[in-house]
Structures are given as C-alpha cells and as structure tokens.
Design a protein. Structure first.
Length: 150
C-alpha cells in the first residue's frame, strides 16, 4: 500500500510554525551548538521577528554587549546569532543581594523562508538592541498579476 507523505516544508503555515518551535525546543534541550560545552547554561535572549513584503527584521535584546562579541551568520539556510554575555568582575567589597541578569553563551537560530538575499543582510547594534535586516530576494517578493478582460 502506497501512502502519500507530505514533506515538513509543505505544511500549512500554523503547523509549520509549530514544527519550527518544536525544532528550536529540541535544539535547546538536546543539541549543543558548535563550541558550546553541554554543561554550561545557555542564555536565550528575547527576540522579535517581523516581516514585510521586502524583508525580515530580527531584533534581539543584548544589553551591555560589545558588538565585537556578537556573531551573525547564515548556516544551512538558518540565521544564527550567537555570542556570550559576560558577568561583571566582582570585587571583594560588594555583597550582591540579587542577581537577575543572565550571563553565559547564547545561540539563537531562526529558520527564514527560502528566498533571502544573504549578500545584503545588514546588522546594527544600538542601545542594547541588535537589529538584523534580511532582505528577500526578488523572486521571493510578491508579484501582482494583472487580470485581463475581453
């Protein structure tokens, strides 16, 4: 008996989003990224993702980071943002009563739809927010088709 299998990439949009979220969850739980020690706590900075007809915009909260310590790359079709937030040097004359900021290595991986122009990606770090603009390629942009009448 032959069954028709639907590839994961052809799922309806809500199911595809669920699959992507589950992939991220399992990546964080079971897969250590390159260069990461499985024993270290990985920080997961907050991220906003928006889309227009022409581009994706990814904003990541990275307060107090030096832009030199932020790594942005495309890997196997995914946008990967990684780095390490470092704890301030403690001095012997301070007693901390509460430490709520997270420190450690982070890696956020985001699957974008096919058809992005990797050569024109721009990144800017300002007031603790990293903004990455990923333009869509010409063929990925919506194209209006004129309806002709007789």
């Amino acid at each position: 008996m032959a069954h028709s299998l639907i590839p994961f990439t052809d799922l309806p949009r809500p199911l595809n989003r669920l699959r992507q979220e589950m992939d991220r969850l399992f990546d964080r739980m079971f897969v250590a990224d390159e260069g990461f020690d499985g024993g270290e706590m990985l920080v997961s900075p907050h991220m906003n993702i928006s889309e227009t007809d022409k581009e994706y915009e990814v904003s990541v909260e990275l307060p107090g980071m030096d832009p030199k310590d932020i790594n942005i790359e495309f890997r196997e079709g995914d946008l990967c943002i990684s780095g390490e937030t470092k704890r301030e040097e403690e001095t012997g004359d301070k007693t901390y009563h509460r430490v709520e900021r997270h420190y450690g290595r982070f890696c956020r991986r985001l699957s974008l739809a096919t058809g992005v122009d990797q050569d024109k990606v721009q990144a800017e770090y300002k007031q603790g927010i990293l903004k990455v603009i990923v333009p869509k390629s010409e063929r990925a942009m919506p194209k209006r088709i004129e309806v002709k009448s007789e």
